[in-house]
Every structure is written in C-alpha cells, then in structure tokens.
Design a protein around this ligand. Structure first.
Ligand code: NCD
Length: 314
C-alpha cells in the first residue's frame, strides 16, 4: 500500500529485505530484543489487542506461518487463516486479486506466501492494508533474512567484519537470496558463495553485491574455506522449483555438512539453516556448539512480533 517513509515502518509493505534500510533493521532488532525478553520472562503483552492478521499461504509452511500466528497471539492480537485450496473459494476459480481484496477487508495486515515470484508485490498493490511477504517463489523471503541477521547479531554481536559462507542452492532458494541481499546492508569482511555450478547465485544478485561493494567469491566446495568462516548458512536444494526433475537428480546429494566436514572450523563458527533440512545437514552437527539453527527458528517469533508491532502501530 504505502510508499516508504524513512525510519517509519508503520503502514508499510515488506516485500523484499531491501525495502528496509540498515537503521530500520537495527530498530527492528532492538524491538525484537524486548519481545524476546518478555517471552523469556513469561510476561503477557497486549500491544496488538483488537488487531487481526490474515495469513494466506498458497505453499507449504511450518515455521513461517505458525510463528507469524504465534507472534500475533503473543501480542494479544488475533489471526484468520485462508483455508487450503480445496476448502476455499479458490476451488471455485476465484482469482488472487479478489481473494486478497476480501482478506484486506477482514484484517489489518496480510501475510502471504505464494509459489509465483511477484505475487506478494501484486497483493500489496491490491490491498489497502500492509502486506508482508512470507516467501514468493524463488525470489524474496524478507522476514527469514531478518531472523538470520538477528541470529548472527545474538550469536556474535555484530555482522560487520565477518566472513560468511552461504552453502547450497543459491539459484532457486529465496531464503539464501534474501539473506545474501540482507548482507549488503552490512559490511561483511568476505562472502563465500559455495555451491555446485548448477546451483550458483544468479547474475542479478552478484551485480547487487558488486554495486554495494561486498567482497565475494564463488567456490565449489566447503572444505577450501571452512576454516575461515565465522558464519555458515546451509540451505536445502529446492527440489520443487527445478524446471526439470532430471536436473534435480544431477545435483541431489552434491553437498552435505557433517561433524567431520567441520573439523577445521573456528571455535565460534555459527551454523545457520532456514529449515526444513533434508540431508544437507547431518544430525551429528546438532550436538556441536556451532548449531544455531533451532535457536534461529525460535527467533522467528520475537522478530515477527517486532515487525507486526512496528508495521501496525509504529
Ligand atoms: C524456507 C522457504 O520456505 O523458503 N523455509 C522457511 O521459511 N524457513 C526454506 C526452504 O524451504 O528451504
């Protein structure tokens, strides 16, 4: 709905992580710290009492949808949820614009996930109320990037000056893409893009890194760089997004992080993963001090609480 007004998130759509400036992200993180403290102390918050959020997820989701809903409930608000296709009017052929118009008239904010790139932007053009992108195709997943950057900040105190590796499906993964774009708001020392050639980062993202002066290097395997990393972001191969199943078979199982592959890693290496994992991250890593991914998933609630509060109330 609204165009951006610097430093004020109230009423704004959140479609891409680059819709925010660094100062706005920092503001969000401070708010998330307060939310996290309240959650840990078991304090009940009523900041969004009387507000309604609509979740419209046209693709599978566990963390994103449930943590948005939990965030709203934790703030004293309520949510309505678009039923799956067979149980909603989409089964009767209703189009996306009309569906969004309806949700817009029932709720104060809409969170949408869709398999098509650009669907969230489209919804934002249709809706009067703010629209938050919960993932659109291979493109953006801004709230995941917020959680990722917040987790690094909690684990290591800062993002600037770190050596960060992003491993896996950099081609089809919206979480990886959004995280990489989010890093351009900071000054990492070095960014390693680690993937088999078929899953390498898209040109347009590399151009953004160049434009924003992020020093990056594309490498084919983790072992060459593992000892240098402060952060390793692991991602799943996005099987469902491959145009051809044969192409998926060619890269399936092409990388896997195990306790063994982390032998040369720094003591404080932080491993992140947006989850769900399949076989790219072995269970034996869970018991190491590097495993931050379950805490990362938990931070989804305070981050989304902070975002909803700022978008709805400022
Ligand atoms: C991600 C997604 O849906 O893009 N999951 C998430 O929201 N945490 C990553 C994935 O599906 O691999």
């Amino acid at each position: 709905m609204n165009q951006r007004v610097s430093m004020v998130l109230r009423g704004r759509d959140v479609i891409s992580i680059l819709d925010l400036e660094r100062g706005e992200l920092e503001r969000l993180f401070e708010e998330a710290d307060l939310m996290l403290r309240a959650l840990e102390e078991g304090r009940r918050l009523r900041l969004l009492e009387g507000y309604v959020m609509a979740t419209a997820f046209f693709e599978p989701s566990t963390r994103t949808k449930l943590s948005f809903q939990a965030a709203m409930l934790r703030l004293g608000g309520a949510y309505i949820d678009l039923p799956p296709e067979h149980a909603s009017s989409r089964a009767k052929g209703e189009n996306l614009a009309d569906t969004i118009r309806m949700l817009d008239s029932y709720a104060d904010v809409i969170v949408i996930r869709h398999r098509l790139e650009g669907a969230a932007r489209f919804a934002a053009e249709v809706a009067e109320h703010p629209v938050i992108n919960g993932g659109d195709g291979t493109r953006d997943h801004p709230t995941q990037a917020m959680i990722d950057l917040y987790t690094i900040r909690r684990a290591l105190g800062h993002v600037d000056g770190l050596a960060v590796g992003v491993l896996g499906d950099l081609r089809y993964g919206r979480a990886a893409r959004s995280f990489i774009l989010g890093l351009t708001l900071y000054r990492p020392k070095k960014l390693y893009l680690i993937s088999p050639p078929q899953l390498s980062c898209r040109r347009e993202v590399l151009e953004k890194l160049e434009e924003r002066g992020v020093d990056y290097e594309e490498v084919a395997s983790l072992d060459k760089v593992v000892s240098e990393l402060d952060v390793l972001y692991v991602t799943r191969i996005q099987r469902e997004r491959f145009p051809d199943p044969v192409e998926y078979e060619k890269v399936r199982g092409s990388y896997r992080v195990t306790g063994e592959s982390l032998k040369g890693a720094k003591e404080n290496l932080v491993i992140l993963h947006p989850l769900p994992r399949v076989d790219e991250l072995a269970f034996d890593v869970d018991a190491t001090r590097h495993a931050w991914y379950f805490r990362q998933a938990r931070f989804g609630v305070p981050i989304r609480m902070a975002l909803l509060k700022l978008v709805l109330r400022g």
